[in-house]
Design a protein around this ligand. Structure first.
Ligand code: DGT
Ligand code: CA
Ligand code: CA
Length: 575
């Protein structure tokens, strides 16, 4: 398996980091970093050049010594000197240098002066104010370190990620700019964006073009570019003003499918597919599928999968979470798509905190091609939203009934987003809930109860015979609010017993029924409703984000309540 240029570069970078921690002279450290940078943007596969005994000194920054090391990496997949250095230096130091503002030099100081070799030890030392005294550190820095460690959390990274919604707009603009470049044929976004992850780290864009097109030049001249990280013949990286990084790669038409597959990832999925290739004597990389040195296919992703005896696997499933096994057994899910949706079951009007009237909402839903729209304004406990009490809800019910008589091709369902109070009771009396088509229930305060209390509160709500749908079940808001402490499995068991439905809230900042929970719901036989929680007519379009997440959670049309026709839905709701 040829080692990719970026892998060689990563090894050199890691080696440089560790050398620097050890206090090796700057000149040597810089030589490795410099080589790494040049290697990562080099336009041809260095592994292939090495295998064909080509002259590697053409690669800028590679002297005699480093050329030998590149050969070692190409032949063995690793660098012996790095492995040895790793044995000498504690592994935790690598985590420390990835904290913002630290880097190998300061990590070296922490190590040599305080013996700090892990994040935990660093945290302890900072809390004891030992860090501020060190050369090159300060009080402010010590505070930042503590904050960064906290933010980094258990997940282990402090790297900034962007909501899919945010990068969608950025990506679309950039895509249309690239398409207009003379000679450009195809442009597509790969990476986690194509897999529709709720957040993405950076955007990976592929282009194919005629030879003479100066795509890289024009890419780096895009008006939104703040900084050019690298520019090569076939790949460039820039940082846009919004801070997001864009990787652009130009690929040959014959390799387009292979490159799409490779750069769509995930890495774990790629590795698993590559292994299947190896078992069949095939070499799979971003250039194609090879038998020996011969390129046998690479134009389409379908062909790549076919070569390892698999059907096409949708990008949203490519996480090496069982999709390859399912594909092998012919058990891939037939994923839900936007066209399967027949209505929306969570929306607000100007009666509470929405911005459109009942009638405006109804007409907009009809325009989306929906058969029904549930109106679910807030209940009285949410005073900031001017929530409805029983009397105002009764008026709205009457109003909806009158409006339904006039409306054609769309039916408004009578609903409420009622608060689940702290004791698990619902915020409105049963005799008014009884008049509704559906009752969407939600937690809007006391987010910080311990897991058992919060779970019991919600389960008590679920046990209420009027409870239809649990809205935004974990309350998570991406980058703003952690999910409440909950025993999801227990909650889902309760939901299954009572036939309660879980909402996949499609607002791009919520999506709090994560892919993991969506899949768990499916496996536990709990139905999901994908709802936009629209507060005005132009929010219905958020439905696509709910669909993306549902697809990542392996959901099929029958797993989702609002794929039902109005008749089927009303039958289900009566139960
Ligand atoms: P992100 O940007 O953190 O949200 O996640 P991705 O999946 O977009 O990751 P990124 O941008 O680092 O790389 C894009 C794709 O390129 C990734 O999904 C798989 C592929 N890739 C990157 N590095 C490697 C590697 O070392 N080995 C393999 N097999 N694939 C890789
Ligand atoms: Ca990416
Ligand atoms: Ca990338």
């Amino acid at each position: 398996m040829p080692v990719h240029n970026t892998e060689i570069a990563e090894i050199f970078n890691e080696y440089a980091d560790l050398l620097e921690i050890e206090g090796t002279n700057q000149y040597r450290v810089r030589a490795y970093r410099n080589a790494a940078r040049n290697i990562s943007v080099f336009s041809r596969s260095i592994a292939e050049m090495a295998n064909q005994k080509e002259d590697l000194s053409r690669i800028p920054g590679l002297g005699e010594d480093l050329t030998v090391k590149v050969f070692d990496i190409v032949n063995t997949g690793k660098l012996l000197q790095l492995e040895k250095l790793k044995e000498r230096l504690p592994a935790g130091l690598l985590d420390i240098i990835r904290l913002p503002g630290l880097g190998p030099k300061r990590a070296g100081v922490l190590y040599s002066k305080l013996g700090v070799t892990s994040i935990e030890q660093l945290e302890a030392a900072a809390k004891q104010h030992k860090v501020r005294e060190l050369p090159g550190f300060s009080v402010k820095m010590e505070e930042n370190i503590l904050e960064d460690i906290k933010r980094r959390g258990k997940a282990g990274t402090s790297e900034k990620r962007y909501k899919l919604f945010t990068v969608e707009e950025i990506g679309k603009d950039l895509l249309s700019y690239l398409k207009k470049i003379n000679g450009v044929k195809r442009v597509a976004i790969a990476g986690s964006y194509r897999r529709r992850k709720e957040t993405v780290g950076d955007l990976d864009i592929l282009v194919t073009h005629e030879k003479q097109a100066d795509v890289m030049q024009q890419f780096t001249e895009y008006e939104d570019v703040e900084r050019i990280v690298s520019r090569g013949e076939t790949r460039s990286t820039v940082i846009l003003r919004s801070g997001i990084q864009i990787d652009l790669r130009s690929v040959a038409e014959d390799s387009y499918g292979a490159a799409m597959h490779y750069f769509t990832g995930s890495k774990a999925h790629n590795i698993a597919i590559r292994k299947k290739g190896v078992n069949k004597g095939l070499k799979i990389n971003e250039y194609g599928v090879f038998q020996g040195d011969e390129l046998i296919t690479g134009r389409t992703e379908e062909e790549i999968y076919a070569r390892v005896d698999l059907p096409y696997i949708e990008p949203e499933l490519r996480e090496n979470n069982g999709e390859i096994e399912a594909a092998q057994e012919g058990k891939l899910p037939k994923l839900i798509s936007l066209q399967d949706i027949n209505g929306d079951l969570h929306s607000h009007t100007s009666a509470t905190d929405g911005r459109s009237t009942l009638e405006e909402m109804a007409r907009a839903a009809k325009e989306k091609g929906y058969q029904y729209l549930a109106i679910t304004d807030h209940s009285k406990h949410v005073t900031v939203a001017h929530g409805l009490d029983a009397e105002r809800l009764a008026q709205q019910i009457d109003e909806i009934e009158r409006l339904n008589d006039r409306l054609d091709g769309i039916v408004l369902l009578k609903g409420i987003e009622v608060d689940i109070l702290e004791d698990g009771s619902l915020d409105l009396p049963h005799d008014i809930l009884k008049r509704l088509d559906l009752v969407v229930c939600a937690v809007h305060y006391k987010f910080n109860l311990p897991a058992d209390k919060q779970t019991e509160r919600i389960i008590r709500g679920i046990d209420n015979s009027y409870f239809t749908i649990l809205a935004h079940p974990t309350g998570r808001i991406i980058g703003e609010r952690e999910p409440y402490q909950l025993d999801m499995e227990r909650l889902m068991k309760a939901a299954r017993e009572t036939g309660c439905i879980l909402e996949l809230n499609a607002q791009p900042s919520r999506l709090d029924l994560t892919e993991v929970y969506a899949r768990m719901a499916k496996e536990m036989n709990v139905m999901v409703a994908i709802s936009t929680d629209s507060h005005s007519t132009n929010e219905f379009d958020s439905m696509r984000f709910g669909i993306y997440q549902a697809r990542r959670g392996w959901l099929e049309p029958e797993d989702v309540l609002n794929t039902r026709s109005r008749k089927e839905l009303q039958k289900l709701l009566k139960k």
